[in-house]
Write a protein that binds this ligand. Structure first.
Ligand code: ZN
Length: 267
């Protein structure tokens, strides 16, 4: 907690905005409440006005997530993913439409435990403690180790890590849309593509909090920045390939503060 706190202090703006996180809420949560396939209302939906304004956590909380679902960590992660999928799809579909682009939504998300993940375009690589976006044409999907995401719930019961990781993976889907529909414009070196995905995750979070499709809960900022710090310096996917702790935090913060153009220009 100590390390996280000092980092958070450096990004005060975000802290204020992100101090709490998500849980579905019943009815008043507007568009997200009904997903395309009748998905349950979002895990994080709601309310409230600007990011820095009040959010009604009490209202937001238990209403929609069934007790049993919230008690079982796997179910909780899957419930969040199911709720978040249409929110992410809708956001990026609208956002990219401003640029004349048609968001190529991931066909689905898959979950697995340990190395039990499927293939991407027929190729397999161990997905233990990981999540990934498969960009293979016709097989575009997001996949994650449900056990890994569930493992964060003890320390961060607000689900923020699930939200962050999925937001990041959807960022890769945005990149894939750019590459396919505007070939030759984007290229990334080193960790830049991962930092770009972190930046896009920040854009999503900022907008989702402001338009009320995601609600904050206590501890979310700590969860987000703490996770980015650990994942930046550590073992998430290929060590180092996602950037340093500071770079990852900065990228997310930049997306949160600025916009898609900023992410696309600077990452
Ligand atoms: Zn990534």
């Amino acid at each position: 907690m100590n390390k996280t706190v000092s980092t958070l202090a450096a990004t005060g703006l975000l802290v204020a905005a992100l101090s709490a996180c998500s849980v579905p809420t019943a009815g008043d949560a507007a568009p997200a409440a009904t997903g395309p396939q009748g998905t349950p209302a979002a895990t994080s939906t709601v309310q409230g006005g600007g990011a820095s304004k009040s959010f009604s956590v009490s209202q937001a909380a238990p209403a929609i997530i069934p007790q049993d679902a919230s008690e079982d960590p796997y179910q909780r992660v899957l419930y969040d993913a199911e709720a978040l999928q249409p929110i992410l799809d809708d956001f990026w579909t609208e956002e990219l439409s401003y640029y004349g682009l048609e968001f190529d939504t991931p066909d689905r998300f898959e979950y697995y435990v340990g190395d039990g993940n499927g293939t991407c375009g027929g190729e397999y690589s161990d997905g233990t403690n990981n999540a990934y976006y498969c960009s293979f044409d016709g097989d575009e999907h997001v996949a994650f180790d449900v056990d890994w995401l569930a493992s964060y719930l003890d320390e961060h019961p607000g689900d923020a890590v699930t939200f962050l990781v999925l937001s990041h993976e959807w960022g890769h889907a945005v990149q894939d849309t750019w590459v396919e529909q505007q070939p030759g414009v984007d290229y990334w070196e080193g960790p830049a593509q991962e930092l770009n995905a972190d930046c896009l995750a920040g854009v999503f979070w900022d907008n989702a909090l402001r338009n009320g499709t995601v609600i904050e809960e206590d501890g979310d900022a700590e969860a987000v920045y703490g996770w980015l710090e650990a994942a930046g310096s550590g073992d998430w996917m290929d060590p180092g390939d996602h950037g340093t702790a500071e770079q990852r935090q900065q990228a997310f913060s930049d997306g949160f503060t600025y916009d898609v153009d900023y992410c696309r220009t600077y990452y």
